[in-house]
Design a binder for this molecule. Sequence first.
Ligand SMILES: [Mg+2]
Length: 319
Amino acid sequence: MSKKQCMENKENKILIIDDNQVIRKLASNLLSKRNYRVELAQTGKQGIEMARDLAPQVILLDVMMPEMDGYEVCKRLKADDLTKDIPIIMVTSKTDSIDKIKGLEIGAADYVTKPFDHGELQARVATQVKMKNLLDELEEKNTILEELIKKDGLTNLYNHRYFHERISEEYNRAMRYSYPLSCILMDIDHFKKVNDTYGHQAGDVILKTLAKIITKNIRQVDIAARYGGEEFALILPHTYIEKSVVMAERIREQVEGTTFYFNDITIKATISMGLACFPENKPASYTELIRFADESLYVAKESGRNRVKTCLTSQTSAS
Ligand SMILES: [Mg+2]
C-alpha cells in the first residue's frame, strides 16, 4: 500500500449536508469509492450537530436549503471553536456566480458546482482532506514543541526561562489581587561530590528522582522548575510562608529518607531550602522575591545544610 493510499484510508470522515436526497446519494457514492467514511445530514441544523460530534476532515455543504441555508450554516461552523478549522466545500448551482464568492468570503475553503463533475468533486475533496490532515499534524507538533521549550530535558520539570516568565506573571497577579505568593529555592547538598565520586550518570539519577519527589508533593497550581545544575525552584501561588514551610519540610524529609540507586551503588542525599513570600517579606519586585529566597538558601547552607530557612529567620540569623 502506498503512503498516499495509507493516508486516504486513515479514517477520513466527510460530512455531506444537503437537503436533496439524490445529491446526497450521488456525492456519497463518489466519495465512498475513495475510501472516505461518509456521513449525511439533511438539514443545516442537523449538519451543525453532526459536525460537532464527528469532527469530519471536510464538510460538503449545500448552499440552497430551506430553513437554514448553507451560508448561515457556514457562518455558525466558523464561529464555533469545535468546528472552525474544518474545511468547508460549498455546493452551488453552476449558474450562480455570486454564490461562489460569498461562500469563500464567509470562510469556505472551496466550492463545487452542480451537476458534479465526478473527478473534480473527488479531487477537490481530496485536496481539502490532505490540507486538513497536514494542519492537524502541524498543530500537534506545535503543541509538543511549545511544551518542550518550557521543559528541562533531564527532569521534565520546567526550565529556568519558563520559571522567570511564570514568577513574573504570578507576582503581578498576586499584587493585583492581594494574595500571597511563595518562592522556594533548593539545592542538593554536596552534589559535586556525588558527581566526582560516582560520575554524572549517578548525579542524573538523583536529579531525576528529586524531580519526582517534588512533583509528588506540590499542588496542580504550583510550578516546579530546574533552576540550575542542582538547583530547583518552586512557585506557590496563594501560599503564605507557614504553608510553604510545611511543604518544604515534607520534601526535605522525603529526600533525606530516600535511597538513590545507581547500578549497584546506593547513594544518600540531602537538600537545603530557602523560602520567601510576598507580601510577608515585603519584596519590591519578583526578582527581589527570588533574591530573598536565594539568601535564605544561602543561610540554610551556611548553618549546616539539610534544612529549611525562611526569609525572616535568615534575616534574624544573618544579623
Ligand atoms: Mg439544496
